[in-house]
Design a protein around this ligand. Structure first.
Ligand SMILES: NC(=O)c1ccc[n+]([C@@H]2O[C@H](COP(=O)([O-])OP(=O)(O)OC[C@H]3O[C@@H](n4cnc5c(N)ncnc54)[C@H](OP(=O)(O)O)[C@@H]3O)[C@@H](O)[C@H]2O)c1
Length: 290
């Protein structure tokens, strides 16, 4: 399987009104230092990954000003400003970082307004393309309504174009939809963690993009003999199988695999060219819930 051609376009794009995102995107979180704290080990390499993503045709980069904090947004601006016309920077608010590396919730009105302005300033844009409200440790609809209302108001003020929700239950998605249009849901989901199966299908029915975080397992990479065997039989890598499975799972799924390596970036993008046959899908189904 080719690993260096411009293949991001092969996975196609997803559209909602005037918003268009490549289904093969890139998650920038891993560009900060260890545990997403402080500067990257290799700044030039981090900048190179961002430029390589755009050169490969990716128009969907996922970030947050709390990655680093500030570090990842600063890298994006340094690598890519002035931004290509098609590029969409998707950010998230709702958490903050503490020096011990924790990610406590930050969903008061003051914190959310500050976070939106921090993202605007660090990315150096007049309006944010898409902002996800990231919830922490609560699946209750009532806990989301207030914070999402704050973001809906900032959208009315013209600071945000589109809104999404992250780390949320199906009830929280419904609660958000009663307040303002929901463009994306960003939750933990991958070939081995399919708890959101129903929500993925509901998003597809309702024209909402479902953007799985940890598509490759995140901080604990997916490890499975089954995945390795399928990859070996198809002549590709286990990561490519995991990403191709997500692309085939639903047309509403958009990918934002994270990496700090240009080589890994190209390997991941090339997953867009992989069509998983029926026997592979059936074998991968045995991974669900393990
Ligand atoms: N909304 C939320 O709450 C939330 C939470 C977590 C993440 N996110 C977003 O989701 C994105 C994706 O999540 P993630 O980056 O944490 O996890 P991920 O994409 O599942 O996995 C990233 C890890 O896999 C490794 N990797 C990637 N490609 C590889 C390859 N081809 N070969 C070998 N190793 C590879 C990376 O290491 P290398 O750097 O060495 O390649 C990194 O350690 C993030 O970047 C972030 O934007 C959102």
């Amino acid at each position: 399987m080719t690993s260096e051609t411009n293949t991001a376009a092969v996975a196609g794009t997803w559209k909602s009104g005037e918003l268009e995102l490549t289904r093969m995107g890139y998650g920038a979180m891993q560009l900060a230092g260890p545990k997403v704290w402080g500067p990257p080990r290799d700044r030039r390499a981090a900048l190179a990954v961002l430029r390589a993503a755009v050169e490969a045709g990716i128009t969907h980069i996922d970030t947050s000003d709390y990655y680093g904090p500030h570090v990842v947004n600063d890298l994006i601006r340094e690598a890519l400003y002035p931004y290509p016309e098609q590029l969409r920077l998707v950010t998230k608010v709702g958490a903050r970082r503490t020096p011990d590396g924790a990610w406590p919730a930050a969903v008061s009105a003051d914190e959310l307004v500050r976070a939106v302005h921090d993202n605007l300033a660090r990315l150096d844009v007049p309006v944010l393309d898409l902002v996800n409200l990231r919830m922490t440790d609560t699946r209750a609809a009532a806990d989301l309504a207030g914070p999402f209302g704050v973001l809906a108001e900032l959208r009315e003020q013209g600071l945000i174009r589109h809104l999404g929700v992250s780390n949320v239950s199906a009830e929280q998605v419904r609660a958000a939809q009663e307040i303002a249009p929901v463009t994306t849901v960003q939750n933990y989901y991958n070939v081995a963690n399919r708890a959101d199966d129903e929500l993925v299908d509901r998003c597809a029915e309702q024209g909402i993009a479902y953007v799985p975080f940890y598509p490759l397992g995140g901080f604990r990479p997916l490890q499975s003999e089954t995945l390795d065997r399928v990859a070996r039989d198809l002549g590709c890598t286990a990561r490519q199988v995991a990403l191709a499975w997500l692309l085939q799972r639903s047309p509403a799924i958009l990918l934002i695999p994270g990496t700090s390596s240009v080589t890994h970036l190209h390997e991941n993008i090339a997953a867009a060219t992989l069509a998983l046959p029926g026997w592979a899908l059936r074998t991968l189904d045995t991974l669900a819930g393990r």
